[in-house]
Design a protein around this ligand. Structure first.
Ligand SMILES: [Zn+2]
Length: 66
């Protein structure tokens, strides 16, 4: 198995305003927030920084579900 064929589920933060999203890392390295394909829902930025994984799915992230 090589590189660049998997889409990984990650946590990423907007480089502009710091909003944290559950995101997908695409095989080409692009980071796409889940549910916000057009970029950050707060500021429109399209660059995101991958964050270290939190333990399992019980991390400190707040689900902003509405
Ligand atoms: Zn933002």
């Amino acid at each position: 198995m090589g590189k660049g064929t998997d889409t990984s589920r990650i946590v990423a933060a907007c480089t502009e305003c710091g909003t944290v999203y559950a995101a997908l890392r695409l095989p080409d390295g692009e980071i796409q927030p889940i549910g916000s394909r057009n970029g950050c829902g707060s500021c429109g930025e399209t660059e995101f920084i991958p964050l270290p994984q939190f333990s399992d799915d019980s991390g400190p992230l707040k689900a902003d579900d509405d």
